[in-house]
Design a protein around this ligand. Sequence first.
Ligand code: NAI
Length: 254
Amino acid sequence: MLFDLTGKVSIVTGASKGIGKAIAVGLAEAGSHVVLCSRTKVELDEVAKEIEQKGVEALVIPCDVSNPKDIQNVVDEAVKKFHQIDVLINNAGITAKRPAEEYDLNDWNKVIGVNLTGVFLFAQAVGRQMIKQKKGTIINVSSVGGETALTGSIAYCASKGGVNMLTKVLAVEWAPHGIRVNGIAPAYIETPLVKAIKDQRTEFAQKVEARTPLNRLGMPDELIGSAIFLASDASSYITGETLKADGGWTALGL
Ligand code: NAI
């Protein structure tokens, strides 16, 4: 079955809430065991319960993706329990908003550290395992900010542009090892973070909706289909691609 993930093992970073949680539960529904990581164990335990109700196994491993030792620990524990890693969803991400001329170096380093260096380090650690297995798929969660300018988000946009390029380079370097590397680039999705902006800053939310051809924010569950597609054999001839799941955001000219 093209979209079936039965018996696969997927790691999802930033799985405690928002897009990561939705994708983790979605992969479990498609049959995959899921390794859940983000910094807070309590939140991950809740997601694990939901996943186990789908009849698959969940493994919770707290991890800060800006810490290489934490990342290696996730990979080691995942391999110890499941003996393989089939899918990596590199989802954890943060932002800090400020005009470019006032942008703080600490904020710059934090955003780049999690969104770009974290994605690279996780892909590298999992990639080494996938090279041994001679198969695997990696999916990096990017953003429309990777190719369109979002005001006040210079580090975020630079990190996501970097992720898009990283996806292409890894896809090309690891294709001979049977590893596919792709991305998903959403526009504004109603996660807890964005919902707060939406509720508090109605004008901003209205602007975003008006700027989006589908005329609304996306919901986290609407990214599950893209993730299952890229994780499964349904996309077996696709690598180096960043799939836009953006309600038409990047298609809009005028
Ligand atoms: P969120 O803030 O709701 O969730 C982020 C997740 O990442 C949480 O589980 C958090 O604990 C985890 N995380 C943050 N820093 C971490 C670290 N250092 N180590 C480990 N885990 C960490 O965010 P959301 O909205 O679900 O975003 C997920 C991804 O989707 C991010 O990469 C974001 O850039 C991307 N994205 C989100 C959009 C949106 O509108 N919500 C739009 C486009 C892309």
